[in-house]
Ligand binder design. Structure first.
Ligand SMILES: [Fe+2]
Length: 585
């Protein structure tokens, strides 16, 4: 079993980060800021059995702490006591890592700064020791090795370039590896001073949004810009070196000094309540382009040497689907696989793979075919949950359930859609989704305002059948777009058919659905296509702003009752709001 997360100063990582910054005001990059997204994932004989983020169970978003419930759920899924399972941890805060962290940061720091880095690293070692006390046989795995394993062992590729790119691991922010029949081979690691993840988080904060949570909004905002107006700023702070390497020394500046320096070039930072201006869009645009340029430069160098033609990506920055789209369209690789749980939940899974293949180097590998590794609930449990809310809802069990859902969607209704095992990773892929008609441009605003309660510049994603996908989108290989990890271009002549799911720059974070992967959801897309001529649905995660994706039937019912969602379609039951608590639509 692989585990991620550690307890910081607060289970809420946003509160933790603020309190931690007050403890370490001299630190520009704090390892202690990771520890969020506690997760457990269990594999048996090299195959994933169960995986879930702790937030889905304890309902505390990006939970920072030990994944107690997730670990118990994983153990029960394999029918073993927790003590009987090999446990692997997604971090290895060793003395060697501390030494490397200090050595790579020291050129940019004075003596006090170096001491602060050491003190902060010790802080994390203290937190991680919680795990060792509890599970003495726990095996520590280097963070980026865990991320690499999560991508390569799930990719189905025999040989691939692997790039991990996140905020930071113990002493690295970017790792390049080669994966082949023998396993994973390190190629190069860039230190924490090269972190594109921390750069993105810092600009996210500069623009008045929440780091860790809102980077996707900055990516969405970037699509509204096109002039790369602040290119010179990013070229100044990102120092390019040979062999694709890069460094961003200003990340080590004390946060307050960094903010003042950036302000002199970018203008005044935005506060969350201020309106978004053209300047903010231009900053987001130039940030996104700088990240894409830097990544392409790194990939071009290593592909030219290793000639893998296949690419695996993991780490939180690999959730940047716009960047992945640029890589995809460049044609540098024939195929790419982005670990769907690219953030630290995936590192928990990867830690389990590292330990397993260390002990069984010749064991077969199994490509990841789907993300449905979480819990499921029987129809009896669903009915029991419905009964508990009888005063507020009423329901039917239609004979032609899928057809009825398709008809309601075609009529413009917004539905919560719940079935089977929960998705692992940040994307809802048809088992815990909110669905709507993508043909109606107004759906974007309606779902945003009444359900998701979020900013309107964030685009929604389309689900489309495997058979129809290439009619609507420019795809290079249909089977690499099943996880909403790559933004592709919608075909110009078809964009007006699905305006609610095509972003302002003509791209879409597409979810291609194969019948054998999710038969019921695929059938819904087909039936919606028969109703409307368009086998595409607007698909967004089933949750409201600030909450994790719903996990249990009860979570789904509560979310349904508390929002403007018109219907809840839950494992054959079609639910409406009734009684005294009907919400305005
Ligand atoms: Fe990570």
């Amino acid at each position: 079993m692989g585990l991620s997360g550690f307890g910081g100063l607060d289970p809420n990582p946003f509160k933790h980060i603020r309190r931690y910054a007050a403890h370490h005001p001299e630190i520009g990059i704090a390892l202690g800021d990771i520890g969020h997204d506690a997760t457990a994932a269990v594999i048996r004989d090299g195959q994933i059995v169960f995986a879930i983020e702790e937030e889905r169970l304890n309902r505390s978003k990006h939970y920072m702490g030990v994944p107690e419930r997730a670990a118990i759920a994983c153990a029960s899924a394999v029918g073993e006591a927790l003590d009987a399972i090999h446990l692997s941890y997604y971090l290895h805060p060793s003395l060697e890592h501390r030494k490397r962290r200090v050595e790579t940061c020291a050129p940019f720091l004075n003596g006090a700064g170096v001491e602060a880095i050491e003190r902060e690293f010790n802080h994390v070692q203290h937190w991680v020791s919680q795990y060792q006390q509890r599970w003495p046989r726990l095996r520590y795995v280097d963070h980026h090795l865990a991320h690499s394993a999560s991508a390569f062992y799930c990719s189905g590729f025999e040989r691939a370039l692997i790039v991990v790119i996140d905020g930071q691991g113990e002493s690295s922010s970017t790792t390049v590896m080669l994966g082949d029949a023998e396993g994973l081979h390190p190629v190069v690691q860039l230190p924490v001073t090269s972190s594109l993840g921390i750069l993105y988080a810092a600009i996210t904060a500069f623009l008045g949004f929440e780091p860790i949570e809102d980077e996707y909004k900055i990516m969405g905002l970037a699509a509204y810009g096109d002039g790369d107006e602040f290119r010179s700023f990013f070229e100044e702070i990102i120092h390019y070196e040979d062999k694709g390497a890069f460094y961003i020394p200003s990340l080590l500046d004390k946060p307050i000094e960094r903010m003042m320096k950036w302000e002199s070039r970018l203008g005044v930072p935005r506060t969350p309540s201020e309106p978004i201006e053209d300047r903010h869009i231009a900053i987001a645009d130039s940030l996104q382009k700088a990240v894409e340029r830097t990544m392409m430069r790194l990939l071009e160098y290593h592909e030219s040497r290793l000639k893998t033609r296949h690419l695996c990506l993991a780490g939180g920055v690999a959730l940047n689907c716009s960047m992945n789209g640029v890589i995809d369209r460049s044609g540098l690789f024939e195929r790419m696989f982005v670990q769907p749980a690219a953030g630290d939940p995936g590192a928990a899974l990867g830690a389990a793979f590292v330990s397993y293949y260390a002990e069984h180097p010749n064991a077969p590998r199994y490509p990841m075919e789907h993300v449905y590794w979480g819990p499921e609930y029987s129809d009896v449990e669903v009915l029991r949950a419905l009964e508990a809310y009888r005063s507020e809802i009423c329901w039917t069990r239609p004979v032609d359930y899928i057809g009825e859902v398709a008809r309601l969607l075609a009529q413009g209704k917004v539905l919560g859609w719940f079935q089977g095992r929960m998705e692992f990773g940040p994307r809802a892929l048809g088992n815990r989704s909110i669905l709507a008609d993508p043909r109606r441009a107004e759906m974007k605003d309606r779902v945003n305002q009444m359900v998701k309660k979020r900013e309107e510049f964030r685009p929604f994603a389309p689900s489309v059948t495997y058979e129809a996908a290439e009619n609507y989108f420019d795809l290079r290989a249909r089977n690499q777009y099943e996880y909403m990890t790559i933004a592709v271009r919608a075909k110009p002549e078809r964009r007006q058919e699905i305006p609610a799911v095509v972003h302002v720059n003509g791209t879409a974070r597409v979810h291609v659905v194969r019948r054998e992967v999710n038969p019921r959801y695929w059938e819904l897309l087909v039936r919606f296509g028969q109703e409307t001529g368009v086998p595409v649905l607007l698909n967004t995660s089933f949750n409201i702003k600030g909450e994790p994706i719903v996990c249990t039937p009860e979570d789904a019912i509560r979310c349904f009752i508390g929002t403007g969602i018109d219907y809840l379609a839950i494992q054959g039951y079609l639910v409406e709001k009734c009684g005294n608590n009907v919400r305005p639509q």
